[in-house]
Write a protein that binds this ligand. Sequence first.
Ligand code: HAM
Length: 423
Amino acid sequence: MLTKAPRGTKDILPAEVPQWRFFEEKAREACRLFGYSEIRTPIFEHTELFLRGVGEATDIVAKEMYTFTDKGGRSLTLRPEGTASVARAYLEHKMQGEAQPVKVFYTGPMFRYDRPQAGRYRQFHQFGVEAFGSQEPALDAEVIMLALFFLQSLGLDNLALHLNSVGCPECRSRYRETLVAALRDGVKQLCPDCSERYEKNPLRILDCKNERCQAVTKGVPLLADELCNGCREHFAAVRAVLDALDVAYVLDPRLVRGLDYYTKTAFEIMASGLGAQSSICGGGRYDHLLATIGGPDIPGIGFAIGIERVLLALAAAGAGEAAVPVPDVFVATAGVTPAEVLPYVMELRKAGLAAEMDFLNRSLKAQLKFADKKGIRYVVLLGEAELQAGQATVKDMQSGVQEAVALGGLCAYLAERLKEENQ
Ligand code: HAM
């Protein structure tokens, strides 16, 4: 047990890190182009923030939170998502006083106690964006465009954008009554989760994947047909912007997101090759979240992308390969101690060259084999004779050519060779 990570968590190993960095660099670049600045919030928050923000009737709050009491008796929760935290930070730092909209992005770990499976973890990572202070439908379209632009910049193209409007508190509560009445006769056939949802969160029954639940909800009135005028117009305007930009989407009137704060626009992006956990991005508008957590009624919209799922999708598509960085130089020794060689290795590093040396007292032959296995292009041989003569032998591992180089000019020589190689 001590040598196994907790269920639903995983290590990100050195060989995987280049892919993560590739993701993060592309995310930063997309956010720069779209004008989103980075924000970093704590990994835990007051439990109450999620109870109120995400909603007590949601699966996330009711079943999946990592909640604990700290030594001061406070109830704290490891964040299950980023939106509530960023909304809290916006209010705490009075960002409503800044030029609106305030556009921010974040990346980091989130925690949900769910049943682990491929693409679903208990600690997972999201890249998310949030834009506060505007109801403008073009902003909804811009947020969706950002998600697609970013995912495409990674090399993913088999994407499906699903779009819906979940209305506002007025039209949704009216629709809720219609739905509850329409489902009344079928309640007994619903799966156990949906029987519970019938009382607390009936809209979520609509996107249950269980066949029995789908049969019960077949033909029920859908919210898309019962939106109030304001919500209908807003949705039409969002779609008009997307249409004008030639963004393809699937209208999905059963798309009900698993968090209670959504109003109006809701969307998900699916990627192929991921099986059941195909949703790589989820987002939408949340025009009353800030008021719900005690602030003024300021609108917002955003999305979050699951990093692990995107990396799985990239692997499935054979895209986005990135290599583990290889050192530039290996300093091999014969007959001198590691302590005598280390100053030379440090000189190389100070000159900006990634340099490695032997710490296992290997034979010269074994050191060359190690350098070759690691894919290191240049080996610098530093033995007793070399140090005395003030000269090193540099071996190009690709061509096998060896050259004698004065120690004083070693850094410059190698830097020049590596520069030529990268041209
Ligand atoms: P969400 O749909 O709960 O939305 O999560 C967004 C994405 O995070 C999902 O599409 C999925 O890729 C990933 N994800 C969620 N749960 C897991 C898990 N257990 N394991 C691996 N990946 C997972 C939100 O979190 C909202 N805060 C999004 C948002 C931002 N809405 C407005 N602004």
